[in-house]
Design a protein around this ligand. Sequence first.
Ligand code: NAP
Ligand code: GLV
Length: 306
Amino acid sequence: MHITFCCADTRPEPWLEGLRTALPGATVSTWSPGAPQADHAVVWSPPQQFLDEQPGLKGLFNIGAGVDALLKLKLPPGTKVVRLDDAGMSVQMAEYVCHAVIRHFREFDGYEADMAEGRWSFRKPRLRAEFPVGVMGLGVLGERVARALRQFEFPVHGWSRSPKTIEGVQCHAGAGGFDAFLGACRVLVNLLPLTPDTQNILNRRTLSCLQPGGYLINVARGAHLVDEDLLTLIDSGHLAGAALDVFRVEPLPSDHAFWTHPKITVTPHTSARTLREESIAQIAGKIRSIERGESIAGVVDRERGY
Ligand code: NAP
Ligand code: GLV
């Protein structure tokens, strides 16, 4: 069995070594133009030439959860496209989102500013009931985040394409349930995949539906958000601010208004990182299953886009 590795911005050696250990007997190598046909590929943002030269792949394993960049390419028709299925990401996402919600709710940003000025100043406790949090996308990451927020006793709403039942979470579904979901939330967390249906979904209209003093946490993709609309709604006072981990252009250009806006927190696409050991174990397990003719979880529905 031959596994080829083609991942942009990733040091190949530890991955090759890990895959060789996890799949003894397999030939594992980095792809270069003209390389022979492999059985399976481990990829992140591969060039089109790679896919054109590997039409007979059985599995194309993306080393991330989001497959939006991969689905923009022309893919071999018979190949299974497989996303990372948690692999240590959901706990990181729960940490990031709970931190951002609590930082905003408890005004820790304000206390940090007070400390810088040597000021001992209490703020009036805020009511948790007045900070309902909505999670857009109740998949592998969104469901974990919704459950984690419940641990802190925030009222939690969720929105997905198909109806869900999650204990303690008020679930809404489909286009018909979207506005009622938004109107029920003060803090909005985006964990949708980027698809033609969800591009620009965080815009002036939808963000205006949030309760006054709304706060946005975007941890999915930059192209979900219309940047100018967020800035307008923060500057008009309808929104209190935002925590942003993902951007239309990454790295975020140095002259972008988000860098210096006092009500916006920027992190460099780091809310849930790919963890190498967990990812290799998951991918190797799925390759073994495919080779045995078994079905696997995490196969992307190309029509749906995630
Ligand atoms: P997932 O398991 O595929 O879940 C996607 C969820 O979104 C599902 O609940 C799905 O509904 C819902 N959804 C999709 N299209 C929808 C639509 N048009 N309307 C309403 N709901 C819709 O994905 P995941 O593993 O949770 O990951 C989500 C995204 O997080 C990834 O695609 C990626 O972009 C992003 N991500 C970011 C980072 C980071 O570090 N910032 C790290 C990892 C992932 P159904 O359940 O009904 O299908
Ligand atoms: C990261 O953004 C991922 O999709 O895994």
